[in-house]
Design a protein around this ligand. Structure first.
Ligand SMILES: [Zn+2]
Length: 416
């Protein structure tokens, strides 16, 4: 049954969702990683059903799916999907978020009341400087806001409601999904691509107005393990080989002016030691490996192997082993086989009257994993800024533009 109420604003939805604590937890083994994410996921099921999407449901892994029926009678319109993640980053508290709407922003510094040292200044933030006259939402200074990615959740919900209330807009069948645990890289590992049944999808999890992202890093995790020889330190003369020292020597040989997160930008990849598990007997150095070219990962991994072998050669009695695990792959390689997926997103952004900004993500998205799983999924802006921090902010008008982009996109797919 079509809804009879007036359109719920994207802002009203956003303010409701950010007040629900949905922080994910990388140290948890449960699925989803925190039970509190289910509170928002279950609320979304109720709201989707109230809008009339009667098949809305959440599965045991926390993934919500629902269907917006077609309004066009054309038979061959591909099914598209819209996705957003409900969790927020463990890097900053997401409990008791108190959103503040700064209406008709006049360009002044925004001092967040619960932490006076937290100041958003247009002098340091060019995007904020461009938002005079718009309505800016921030948190109150002690938490993140959660625009990453509750803005995406609000945009998808508002777009669904908009299309339901405007049935004269022709579109095909649209699948909607909300997922947990994106911030810890696991949310869509349990995503049933076949059950979702879409030709392609779009994550609503991008930053500045007009942004479209169809390229991410390719990523591996690598562990380099040094084996030493432990003895009682009082009787170690001539026999002990200390794996902690071998590993330290190896780390010290890493290039200091290249190949690291702190020395690379744009298209450059890196090798990044981010954890060590150490004992005299055995010490492991854990790396994340990143490159926009998947083939470039192996080059970087071979470089580390060579460096580690050179190191153990100078520590007689030590040895080294390697383990590489795939994390995710650059979605560009999958999207290149489905050019229409990105082309229509470009066109939808232009038709909304926006300047298209195509950027590469120096990281991964749920879409990198989904694209590899067979669901090509680029990323569209919602307007979120300074995410994972107490200075996170978003413009209400940017979110409204994102809703319009989705409505345009639905029509473009129906036009064929
Ligand atoms: Zn996000």
């Amino acid at each position: 049954m079509p809804p009879t109420t007036t359109q719920t604003s994207v802002l009203e939805r956003f303010l409701r969702y950010v007040q629900i604590d949905t922080t994910s937890d990388q140290d948890s083994d449960t699925v989803p990683s925190t039970a509190k994410q289910l509170v928002l996921l279950d609320l979304l099921v109720k709201e989707l059903q109230a809008l009339g999407l009667s098949d809305a449901e959440r599965d045991a892994q926390g993934i919500v799916m629902a269907t917006l029926p077609a309004t066009s009678s054309k038979k061959d319109i591909p099914v598209i999907g819209w996705l957003a993640h409900v969790d927020t980053s463990p890097d900053m508290s997401g409990a008791n978020v108190k959103p503040i709407v700064h209406k008709n922003y006049d360009g002044r510094d925004l001092v967040l009341p619960d932490e006076p040292s937290a100041v958003l200044s247009p002098r340091e933030d060019a995007d904020l400087a461009g938002k005079r006259g718009e309505d800016i939402v921030t948190a109150s200074g002690t938490t993140l806001l959660g625009a990453d990615d509750k803005s995406g959740v609000a945009v998808v919900m508002a777009a669904v409601e908009y299309l339901l209330q405007n049935p004269s807009i022709p579109h095909g069948r649209i699948r909607v999904a909300f997922t947990p645990d994106e911030e810890i890289g696991r949310g869509v590992r349990h995503f049933d691509v076949a059950r979702f049944g879409a030709y392609c999808a779009y994550t609503l999890d991008g930053a500045a107005l007009g942004t479209l992202e169809a390229e991410t890093f390719s990523a591996d995790a690598m562990t380099v393990t040094f084996q030493g020889r432990n003895t009682h330190p009082g009787f170690a003369h001539g026999t002990m080989v200390n794996a902690v020292k071998v590993a330290a020597d190896f780390v010290n040989r890493l290039p200091k002016d290249s190949l690291s997160p702190e020395t690379t930008q744009e298209r450059e990849g890196f090798v990044h030691p981010n954890d060590m598990v150490s004992s005299v007997d055995r010490t492991s150095v854990r790396f994340i490996i990143r490159d926009f070219e998947t083939a470039g990962l192996a080059v970087k991994e071979d470089f580390l192997r060579e460096l580690a072998r050179e190191t153990v050669d100078e520590w007689p009695g030590s040895s080294v082993t390697f383990e590489v695990k795939e994390s995710y792959r650059n979605m560009r390689d999958v999207l290149a086989k489905h050019p229409k997926v990105v082309d229509l997103a470009r066109e939808a952004i232009r038709r909304t009257g926006l300047t298209l900004r195509e950027t590469r993500i120096r990281g991964g998205t749920d879409g990198s994993i989904l694209s590899e799983m067979g669901l090509p999924t680029p990323n569209i802006f919602t307007g979120q800024h300074r995410f994972h921090s107490r200075l996170e902010w978003i413009s209400v008008q940017d979110m409204e533009k994102s809703v319009q982009v989705l409505a345009q996109l639905a029509q473009l797919w129906a036009e064929g």
